[in-house]
Design a protein around this ligand. Structure first.
Ligand code: HAM
Length: 568
């Protein structure tokens, strides 16, 4: 490409950019931002309840010997695809995936090249397209050389293939630009024909380029815990590795009550060489102890065993065969699942499928001796802990990594999304992700949004405090009047806060009535008043806002007065 051509291409690019920026500015001016669909803010005072829930989890899980693991919010897509399974709804439909490309310009160019259709016979368009392809090829080569773009065989092949394609496009253009020989119309026709052919090949090539790692916002955290376990050689740690986590997860589901696209989980996992049923029972015991600590009412534990790689395949085939017989009576989703994952048909909530499903073979009748013994022992271990449960043969869970024990806890007040927690055993997952075959695993994740909702619905989610206060509410509204009083108030506020009181200090001076009115509206327990008179007398006036009683106190007496008021 000549320097002149480059200059021209840059000018066109610049004019496009200016146009886009103008358009964006107009859109932004008229737009009020809102949280994205399925995503929400958790505001005070509800956030205090969230903190209380998370704090209780830390305390209860801590007493069972669990320690916190903080995990990345995004991981390689492949990690989730392999763990959760390609056929699962989560991987097939719900993941937020993106290509983590090093070069924004290159990615933008790729989008442009794929979006632009040469529908009109416009040499100007072809020429500008040629410039973009050249730019793309040069940047791709540079990225590969610098190691910024993955050196995949496809990328290297594309880089090589674009050279000759560009040569043929350039040749066609030069032929067209020749003024001698054929008529202009004939030259144009030839140019258009040749370039069209090359451009569709360019597009095929550009489509397969891979400009960075495939990344996914985590839809769950078990896969990440297992990845971290393997990466940090935790199999060398003594005993079982017991980890808990809390934080946001992301699934592109249809939003409704208790179902969000960014939702939160509190989860725990036990990884180690033992698959003793006592571990399963203790994990469930811990979960219920946590719910008890929060005074969650009406929680029901559902359990099942879905067998292992020895017995489940035969059962799945049996199920598939039975499902084939009733295929025509099933909905589209279930029909598809006959091939992809017959177990998931058991999860169906479709009204008309319920009677059909009830007649299907049950896994409990097809467990191998080891799985049966394991399941029986899990139930005995739950019994000796005094834990009530309901067996639910249809509890298969939606993620592929489970085997043997599966469980869910439902809670009231959640409508159709009533599973507040789900979990189970996943003995093969560590091996599947490249770790030791001897490591077994079990765990659960609580949907924090749903837990909080259920606590609120059952009336145990109350938190004190005004609309934007910390959990304990505002102890002191410190009203000051005059510059000298402000200096004293700043010092007093600091000493009160150091002593643990929640203090609101107005940043600007206000009229007396307005200031005390605000103290009321903020639901402060006390207004502490500091004006010139109080300053001169070395006291403060303290007004109890609940009943309006007021007294003057020296600073040391103020502290003991406030402490007593808090205890009361
Ligand atoms: P899960 O059943 O997919 O399991 O999710 C666990 C819990 O997260 C559900 O019971 C529900 O309370 C909550 N949840 C799921 N999706 C949403 C959503 N879109 N909005 C609100 N809450 C939601 C897992 O994630 C497994 N990793 C659990 C596990 C850990 N198994 C073994 N270890």
């Amino acid at each position: 490409m000549s320097e002149h051509d480059r200059e021209k291409a840059r000018a066109i690019g610049e004019s496009h950019r200016r146009h886009d920026e103008k358009k964006l500015a107009t859109i932004l001016k008229s737009r009020q931002f809102q949280a994205i669909k399925g995503v929400r803010d958790i505001l005070p005072p509800e956030s205090a309840l969230w903190n209380r829930v998370e704090q209780a989890a830390r305390e209860v899980f801590g007493t069972f010997g669990f320690a916190e693991i903080r995990l990345p919010i995004f991981e390689q897509t492949e990690l989730f695809a392999r763990s959760i399974g390609l056929e699962s709804d989560v991987v097939a439909k719900e993941m937020y995936e993106f290509e983590d490309h090093a070069s924004k310009e290159l990615a933008a160019l790729r989008t442009l090249l794929l979006a632009e259709e040469p529908t009109i016979d416009d040499p100007q368009f072809f020429w500008s397209y040629e410039m973009k392809v050249t730019d793309f090829k040069e940047r791709l080569k540079m990225g590969l050389d610098r190691g910024e773009i993955p050196k995949t065989p496809e990328n290297e092949r594309v880089c090589e293939a674009l050279g000759p394609l560009l040569d043929s496009i350039a040749f066609a253009r030069q032929e067209y630009e020749k003024t001698s020989g054929q008529s202009h119309a004939a030259r144009l026709e030839l140019y258009v024909k040749q370039v069209r052919n090359s451009l569709s090949e360019v597009r095929t090539q550009v489509t397969v380029t891979h400009l960075g790692d495939d990344i996914t916002l985590r839809p769950e955290a078990t896969a990440s815990v297992v990845r971290a376990y393997i990466e940090h050689g935790m199999q060398n740690l003594p005993g079982n590795v017991k980890l808990y986590y809390m934080g946001p997860m992301f699934r592109r589901e249809r939003p409704q009550k208790g179902r969000y696209r960014q939702f939160y989980q509190i989860g725990a996992e036990v990884l180690g060489s033992s698959d003793a049923p006592g571990i399963d029972a203790e994990v469930i015991e811990m979960l219920l102890a946590f719910f008890e600590r929060l005074k969650l009412k009406g929680a029901v534990l559902h359990i099942n065993s879905i067998g292992d790689k020895n017995c489940r395949p035969a059962y799945v085939e049996r199920l598939r065969a039975e499902l084939q017989k009733v295929r025509e009576q099933l909905g589209a989703d279930s029909q598809r699942r006959i091939e992809t994952n017959p177990l998931r048909v058991l999860d169906s909530k479709l009204e008309h499928e319920q009677a059909i499903i009830e007649k299907l073979p049950r896994i409990a009748d097809h467990l191998c001796a080891e799985c049966r013994a394991h399941y029986d022992e899990v139930k005995r271990q739950l019994g000796l802990r005094g834990i009530a449960y309901q067996e639910n043969w249809r509890l298969v869970r939606g993620l592929d990594y489970y085997m043997r024990t599966t469980f869910e806890i439902t809670a009231p007040g959640l409508g159709s999304q009533n599973a507040v927690c789900g979990g189970g055993r996943y003995d093969g997952l560590v091996e599947l992700l490249g770790g030791p075959a001897t490591t077994k695993g079990i765990g659960f994740a609580i949907g924090t949004d749903r837990l909080v909702l259920s606590l609120q619905e059952s009336g145990v989610g109350e938190v004190s405090g005004g609309p934007a206060r910390s959990a304990g509410g505002l102890d002191v509204y410190l009203a000051w009047f005059g510059a000298a009083a402000q200096t004293a108030a700043v010092g007093l506020a600091r000493r009160l806060r150091d002593a643990g009181f929640v203090v609101e200090l107005p940043a600007v001076e206000m009229k007396f009535g307005k200031s005390l009115g605000l103290a009321d509206r903020l639901k402060a327990r006390h207004a502490v008043i500091l004006g010139e008179d109080e300053l001169a007398a070395g006291v403060v006036a303290v007004k109890r806002l609940a009943d309006g009683t007021q007294q003057k106190l020296a600073e040391q007496d103020l502290f003991s007065y406030l402490r007593a008021a808090r205890d009361f």
